[in-house]
Write a protein that binds this ligand. Structure first.
Ligand code: NDP
Length: 614
């Protein structure tokens, strides 16, 4: 069998990723290892495509001139239909055949969805017949109000739902098939109605400095946490005043580890409670959607009640402050053990369940970024659980423990104003995240990154122990601030929160329902994938307004700690670096997803995070 089908320089038709639209492209090279072709679109966009996403030009000419039942698309779709429906299908193994049938069903669903999206794009922008040169993934107009697009989408939606139901029960009338055929022949599209083949691709572009970078991060991240905590304990936490290293045996306490485990499993128990709605995540590469229970806010309320009971029975919560370093060591040991478990189990995971960003084949890289996308034990989603529960709720509990420790150590009847501000601001942030828990399902962490050391350590150690640094700092280094200063900082936090929340909500609502009448005044750039890119509202102000709001809040959390030391500003400095890096990663993914449309968006909205600065 030849290793490649298309030669360098050959002009072929390449599928636009995420859609069923094919454009004229030129093959520029071929990667023997990854079995990917690099192709160049007419607009200069270069992408790596699988062989299954490339067709010869002649096959398209043939397709256009025909609307008969001999259409290859129809043939393949009916073939897969009969296969999945046949009760007498040979079973190679019960599980495998069940999942195959599900996959086929998912493929069919996806095909229909994508077909509808393709039709939407085609009808909207009315490409001239057979003119791939002019209609090369880009609409004639660059911006749209919701109206025409949404009306059309609304029209398509009920059809889609009906089709879904029919698919589910294998009830398809020949009339429908005929109708579909007519639509295709009428529009003379370049749409290929063939179920998307699932071919796994290795992660080619390594992030975080590749293997060396990720190895360094595995060592540096825990070292940074311990350095920060040791610094914070010192009377003079100046950067140059390096703390003495503690005795190793003082870092470990079995009882503290027991309390940590108790905390973790208590949160797991809350997660398992059958309260709160169950929603579907975004479609996976297989077209399947996972289900997630949204009960983070209930878990928070139950935790608050449990803490209330402990305090009522005079439990000394500042035990957490007294053993803070030991808790951090326990959490780090646990997250390391969890990462090893995750990596080992990922070796047995099917290829399509691996993370798009963590499947490089290099142990250290995949261990760090996470090899498996959604590791689950039954319906228990380990990544989703760790993202918002033990660490995030733990952060608030630590802050409260610091507040009580401050009162006890400094003999205060009420906490200091600084401590109240830090506690209040961060409580608002956590409650907001839990209240809007569903929004996490569309974030990079859930959709792109696997669950490995990066997220396990980040969620269980970095968030609770580094994000609470300001409160920890204030216990040992009290600061007095006046009411006007406190009011000014509060206003700053409110501004940051307003930008953060409204930007996130605007995008989430638009993604969930672009036809939402509340968004009717917003303009967007349509893309070849069927999704739009907002160019007015917050997303027309800068390309990541939510990051801007987050950074403003981060500054407001540090300011109550005064200006004696830079240590409490670690969070805002680190956070700017994190979000600048994250923004670059996201831009890269969006450029791949949306091609020229993304470039248009960047021209239209030139600043990334800070208006007129960056
Ligand atoms: P974002 O919520 O910023 O989402 C980025 C995605 O939004 C893109 O990939 C794209 O996805 C979509 N998008 C981009 N531009 C547009 C546009 N113009 N119109 C419509 N959709 C667009 O991603 P994050 O997951 O990074 O952040 C989520 C929140 O979490 C942020 O508020 C961030 O500040 C916060 N955060 C907090 C951290 C912390 O430690 N406290 C750490 C990281 C994040 P698509 O087109 O596929 O929908």
């Amino acid at each position: 069998m030849p290793s490649r089908k298309f030669a360098d320089g050959e002009v072929v038709m390449g599928r636009w990723p995420g859609s069923v639209l094919y454009y004229e492209v030129q093959v520029t090279s071929y990667d023997d290892v990854a079995h990917l072709y690099t192709v160049k679109y007419k607009d200069g966009t270069e992408l790596a495509l699988k062989e299954s996403d490339i067709r010869s030009q002649s096959s398209f000419k043939h397709r256009k001139s025909q609307s008969s039942s001999s259409s290859p698309s129809r043939r393949s779709s009916s073939r897969s239909r009969s296969r999945s429906r046949s009760p007498g299908r040979p079973a190679k193994g019960r599980r495998r055949s069940a999942s195959q049938s599900r996959d086929q069903k998912d493929d069919k669903k996806k095909t229909i969805q994508e077909t509808s999206l393709a039709l939407l794009v085609l009808v909207l922008f009315k490409p001239s017949e057979n003119n791939t040169k002019r209609y090369n993934g880009e609409p004639e107009s660059t911006e749209k109000n919701d109206t025409s697009c949404i009306i059309l989408e609304q029209k398509l939606k009920p059809d889609l739902e009906i089709k879904r139901v029919l698919e589910q029960y294998s009830l398809r009338s020949r009339k429908d098939d005929k109708k579909k055929e007519e639509i295709y022949s009428e529009k003379k599209t370049f749409v290929a109605v063939k179920p998307i083949e699932k071919v796994s691709t290795k992660t080619k572009e390594l992030e975080f400095g590749g293997r060396i970078g990720t190895l360094m991060l595995i060592l540096l991240l825990p070292a940074t946490v311990f350095y920060l905590l040791l610094m914070c304990k010192q009377d003079d936490p100046s950067l140059l005043n390096l703390p003495p290293l503690p005795a190793l045996e003082s870092l470990w306490d079995g009882r503290v580890f027991g309390v940590f485990l108790l905390w973790f499993f208590l949160q797991a128990l809350f997660y398992l409670l059958p309260i709160g709605k169950v929603v579907e995540g975004l479609p996976l590469s297989s077209g399947r959607r996972l289900q997630y229970r949204i009960n983070g806010f209930y878990a928070f309320l139950l935790t608050a009640a449990a803490i209330g009971v402990l305090l009522y029975f005079q439990f000394e919560l500042h035990y957490l402050y007294d053993h803070f370093m030991q808790f951090a060591v326990s959490a780090a040991a646990f997250s390391l053990a969890l990462s090893i478990y995750l990596y080992v189990r990922s070796l047995k995971a099917p290829e399509e369940e691996l993370a798009p960003g963590g499947n490089s084949g290099y142990f250290i890289y995949d261990f760090f970024t996470g090899h498996e996308l959604n590791p689950r034990i039954g319906s228990f989603d380990l990544k989703y659980f760790c993202e918002l529960r033990p660490g995030l709720i733990g952060w608030v509990v630590i802050n409260l423990a610091m507040l009580l420790a401050e009162m006890k150590i400094h003999n205060l009847s009420v906490p200091s104003l600084s401590m109240m501000l830090v506690n209040g601001f961060q409580l608002l942030y956590v409650v907001d995240a839990l209240w809007n828990e569903e929004a996490i399902l569309t974030t990079m962490d859930i959709t792109h990154d696997g669950f490995g050391f990066m997220l396990a350590f980040g969620d269980l150690v970095w968030v609770p122990f580094v994000y609470s640094l300001q409160a920890f700092y204030l216990v040992g280094h009290p600061i007095t601030i006046t009411w006007p200063v406190a009011a000014a900082i509060t206003v700053l936090n409110c501004i940051g929160y307003y930008i953060f929340r409204s930007a996130n909500s605007q995008k989430n609502n638009f993604r969930r329902n672009p036809a939402d009448p509340k968004l009717a005044n917003l303009k967007f750039i349509p893309t070849a994938t069927g999704k739009g890119l907002l160019v007015t509202g917050w997303w027309g102000f800068v390309r990541h307004p939510n990051y801007l709001g987050d950074i403003i809040m981060a500054l407001a959390w540090s300011l109550p700690c005064g200006f004696n030391h830079i240590l409490p500003y670690f969070y805002v400095i680190y956070f700017i670096c994190l979000l600048v890096h994250r923004e670059a990663r996201d831009e890269h993914h969006c450029k791949q997803k949306y091609g020229l449309a993304w470039e248009r968006y960047c021209q239209r909205v030139p600043y990334r995070i800070f208006p007129y600065i960056y």
